[in-house]
Write a protein that binds this ligand. Sequence first.
Ligand SMILES: Cc1ncc(COP(=O)(O)O)c(C=O)c1O
Length: 453
Amino acid sequence: MNQEQSSAAAVEAACTTKYRTQSAVSRELHERAVRVMPGGNTRHSIVLAPYPIYVTSGKGCCVTDVEGEERIDFLNNFTSLILGHADRRVTAAVQQRAALGTAFTMPTEAQVELAELLVSRVSYIDQIRFCNSGSEAVMLAIKAARAFTGKHKIAKFEGAYHGIYDYAQVSDNATADDWGDLDSPASVIEAGAPPSQAADVVVMPWNNFDVCRKQIEANQDQLSAVLVDPLPLGIGLIAPKPGFLEMLREETFRRGILMIADQVLTFRLAYHGAMDQHGISPDLTALAKIIGGGFPVGAVAGSARVMSVFDHTGDIKVHHGGTFNANPVTMTAGLETMRQMTPAAYERLEAMGNYIRQQLARMLHDRRTPAQICGRGSLFLAHLTGQELIDFRALSGYSRSKPIYQDLNHEMLANGIVTSPRGIFGCISTPMAEAELDAFVEALHRSLDVLSY
Ligand SMILES: Cc1ncc(COP(=O)(O)O)c(C=O)c1O
């Protein structure tokens, strides 16, 4: 069997009859894709075995696939489309902007307007710079922290995903085979990373006050920053224990270490962002996703003192170029989106989030399926376990013993719902209402029935 034949055989084996009959066109596209892209894919975070469903269009909270099948989209391009797809006002603004030119080597007013809007919403952000992805935003924040403090290490949490900058990737995919002792977790690096990187990243266990305090103290002379996402999806949206983020802020502040808040995903939780909900002011913040209104975006933001490391009129310490930084299409889409995200819009999303979390809990309780529903605001994640979940290790322990998520995802697709192949995760967009939330819960109920779970 050659490589192509064996990959086709693997697809066949992994494919339920139902999935196959509903997605023949996607399958053909995937077969073309694997010839020209490794794995047939250009984005690992959306891999779905045996092949993905290809999409043609989206409107509001629905997407239509290449077969003409319409589904409710609970992924929203991995949480970035807070207004759903093809919002009328964003589309009109973008069309108008595109007709005037899409990229220049001169700035446009839109970048000033979006910067002003974001600065006015978040009390601890005095200044901001735009880039093209959340990964870049995290990278720039880390570089800024190193330049500002003159120290080189960073600390981050085991299992937390912060994009694809080498240092931020450390231990985001650790396993029981390599993660070491809980008291001093190993820094697990990818094959593409230099070993020196492991030495420059301190890995800490989520929600573990003692180990975090010890690690921060032991490394204080080299630590430039603690990188923290206030509700990390990589750690299953397991909430920080009361006082945990506050402890990190206190420890970093008194030891001359910066706190970098990765709010790339969690900026969608509230009008002033997720950190504000905890009453915490980080020194630097990485933003992306919703602030681009559906276009590639990222931003690093923070206090004027720290952000001065980027200032070319002073003692510039971090060089920041980028051909498409603050391109006017993204800035226009982001501005229109963020203007629509008023406090009332966030409150409505929060109410819908509370509703679906309650409905999921009730349905799973009635089925006698042990479960915990994590998330807040417009994010939810149902873990099918009764075990206490406090950190990445607890999460990995249970999710590895539950390989049903892939099949569940196929069933959810068959029941008209787009959700994640790696868990029962969803995010809510503004075009949704109770009917869509009920549809999710009902689809999950039916899918679990089909799988006799
Ligand atoms: C918390 C967090 N940080 C950073 C990133 C990276 O953002 P991007 O995919 O725009 O590079 C992501 C992406 O999902 C994320 O969820």
